[in-house]
Design a protein around this ligand. Sequence first.
Ligand code: NAI
Ligand code: MG
Length: 348
Amino acid sequence: MPKVITLPGDGIGPEVTAAAVEVLREVAPDVTIEERPIGGLAYEAHGEPFPQVTQDALKEADAVLLGTVGGAHDSPWNKLERRLRPESGLLALRKALGCYANLRPVRVQPGLEHLSPLKPQLARGVDILIVRELLGGVYFDGDRKIDGDTAYNTMRYTTAEVERVAKVAFWAAEQRRGRVTSVDKANVLEVSELWRRDVQALRDREYRSIHLNHEYVDSVAMLIVADPSRYDVIVTENLFGDILSDLAAVIPGSLGLMPSASLGDGAGLFEPIHGSAPDIAGKGIANPAAAIMSVGMLLRHGLKRSDAANHVDRAVALALREHPTRDLGGTADTRTFTRAVLESLGTP
Ligand code: NAI
Ligand code: MG
C-alpha cells in the first residue's frame, strides 16, 4: 500500500492541505496518509522547523504532500536564528529528498482567460510543463568566491545530471503532446553545449517518438509570453529554469492556480507554489486549487496513476468554472470549492 506523508505547515497550509487530502482519499482510498509537522508550528512544538519525527517519516514515504511554511512579515519566527526559521525547514526537506527535477505546469483554465495578464487570444489554451533541473548548475556546484573586487561562480553539469532530468521531461511529454523544447545558451556557454548534445543523444537513443527542439533562453523569455501556445514541455538547467518558471507563473493570473512537483530517485515532493498567505489565514477563504492540483501531480508522477490524475484535473477545471474563489474574482470559499471538486469526482 503506498504511503503519503502530509506536511500541512503554517498559515493557509493546513486549510488547503486538508482540502487536498479529502480529494486524495476520494480517488485513492487504498493510500495510507500520515501527517507530520514542518515550519513555524514544528518549531513551536519540537524546537526545530524540520524535526526528527518528520525526517523519520520521510524514509517510508512514497510521496510527500506539502502545504506552505512561514509567518507574517512581523512574525517572531523571523527573528530566530536562520536555521530555526520556517523557510530553513523547507530547504532541509528539499535537500533530504534529493529531488533533481522541479515540474511546474502553467495552464490557463478554460473560462479563466480573463485573469491572465496576457490578451485572451494569447492566454487561451496555454498548457506548458516546465521541467527545471534543481540540484546542479551555478547555484550548487563547484568553485565560488568573492575576493575584493572580483567574484566568480562556476556552472557545471555532468552527462548523468543532464540525462536524469531530461528523462523526466521526455516521460512527461509522452503523456502530453509529445514535444520537448530544451532551453540553453549553447551559442556562448560550454555547459549548454554539453546540455544540448546530451539531451539530443538521449532523445535519439531512447525517445524517438518525441519531437525535440532546442531554443536559446533569451528567445524563450520573449516567446513564452508572446506566443506561449507554442510550448508543450520545456526542460532547462537550474538558473534558466528559476527565472523562466517565475516568469511563466504570471500567465494563469493567480498563485492559487499553480501546483508543483519535485522529483528525485526517492519520494517526490508535491506542493502549491504560493506561500502561507498570513493575510487570509484562518478565514476559510484560501483557494485550495493549487494544493488539489498538486495531488493530481502526486498521483501522476509520484504514484504513476494517470487515470486518477486526469480525473482530479478534470474535476478541478469544472469547479473553477462553476465555483471560482475570491482570488479568481468569484465568491466560493475553501469549503465550497472543495465540495464542488468532490462532487464532480463522484460524477463520471
Ligand atoms: P503568499 O504567496 O503567501 O501571498 C501572496 C498573496 O497571494 C497574498 O495576498 C495572499 O493572500 C495571496 N494568496 C496566496 N495563495 C493564495 C491562495 N491559495 N488563495 C488565495 N489567495 C492566495 O506570499 P507572501 O505574502 O510573500 O509570503 C507569506 C509567507 O509565505 C512568508 O512567510 C513567506 O516566506 C512564505 N512563503 C512560503 C512558501 C512555501 O511554503 N513554499 C513560498 C512563498 C512564500
Ligand atoms: Mg524563484
